[in-house]
Design a protein around this ligand. Sequence first.
Ligand code: SF4
Ligand code: SF4
Length: 461
Amino acid sequence: MKDEPEILARAVVTECADCDICRFLMDTSCLFFPELYRLWDREKDTGEKITSGQLRALVDRCNFCALCPCPPVREKILRAKGAFIERDGLPGSVRVLEDVALMGRVCGTFPRLTQAVFRHGGLSRAARRVLGIHGQRTLPAFPKIDFFRWAEKQGLCRRPSAKTGRNVAYFAGCTAGYLFPEVAQAAVGVLQACGVAVWVPPQRCCGMPTLLEGDRKQTLRSVRENLQTLAAAVSAGFDIVCSCPTCGYFLRTLLPEGAYYTQAYQQSVGAGARHIMVPDSSPRSTSEPVRSFHRYDRAIYDTLFKDEGIFSGIDAMQRISVAEATQDLGAYLLHLSEEELRFSAFSGGSGRILYFPPCHQREQKIGRPYESLLSRIEGLRLEPIHGELYCCGMAGIMGFKAAFHDASLQLGRRLMEKIRKIQPERIVTDCLSCRLQFEQCLSYPVRHPVEMIRDAMQTGH
Ligand code: SF4
Ligand code: SF4
């Protein structure tokens, strides 16, 4: 039977109302749970049923920051969102906005015209209305040349034959690719300076923005294309490296969900008829295959452990091979030796920087690689943000949308206040979506840690 969106959304409401943990745990870090409990309490107190429209608006409040404790509940919220979109359709403005690559290519081809349109009062209002962008949302400047065109000119898009040594297929992601090419260039520069051979393979959006919008068709299209290229890269001896924590989270964590339960995987690890072998989910920070397993009794768990998420129609072994070969750039650099990655002392300010570990970096459970790397730069004084429940609130393209803009600022307020109290010289974060929100809400310069690393290396080599 086709998924009924209301039934799917209602099931989440009932499950979380029964459990109740997130009523208090997530009351300041998430817009979804306070609304869920408000609707639930009202229904209980007054008998007023939660309507279809309210369920739809409720699931739209989840920005998939992954801060809440139950991945299966997040998956159900996404399924409900997807079912609403499949039945009711996606607004045209969202379809344009979610295609960051298209926006980047069009606006980047005519950067001056784009800036002029968005600076001109009347034109800007009209353009924002068409695209569904909030009037107060600061728009990024589109670069004259995006990273992919730059990489093409540098000869980085031709696949080198993977030689002995370190070989990386660099997955830049759309935000660095089309809005902040300097970050992707810094990543390439650092890797090359460390003796790593870098290839920029053909790539589409990782799929997270469309997944967040509930656009399953577009998500699957992007994922299938990327998987084909990336799986071939892995077979040819390349590690896949992401400088964007959201792309990394998507490829390493979301893509393989459920794939480990499939017959193909179970056979590949020699699970017998009586057990299901599930790899230990302890942090993976290198491309070493996972080797330790939990064993579950098949008689009990066979019906529970299933590959039935959004990606279940895609070859499970391909999903696993790409996920396990993918690494966060920070984690990859941390595993280079101190000989390969040498820093000179920081110069150019007091060196008092605040490092914000973004939600999707924390959720990858790889520790804090950039904190370790930056702390090796003499003269930098690192002010890390402690506490797991801080979120900037931007949520990728959701923060641009007229309907989500105010909520996005509200969600990020706690973090902004904390940063203002610290008063750093600059903010460093690996998430470019957070960077956009920081640039909108605060007055401190913002950089990606790999830019800091590149600068520290440049002076030292
Ligand atoms: S997300 Fe999980 S922990 Fe939170 S209320 Fe729902 S079931 Fe409970
Ligand atoms: S993923 Fe984030 S926004 Fe969605 S329910 Fe969990 S905490 Fe809330």
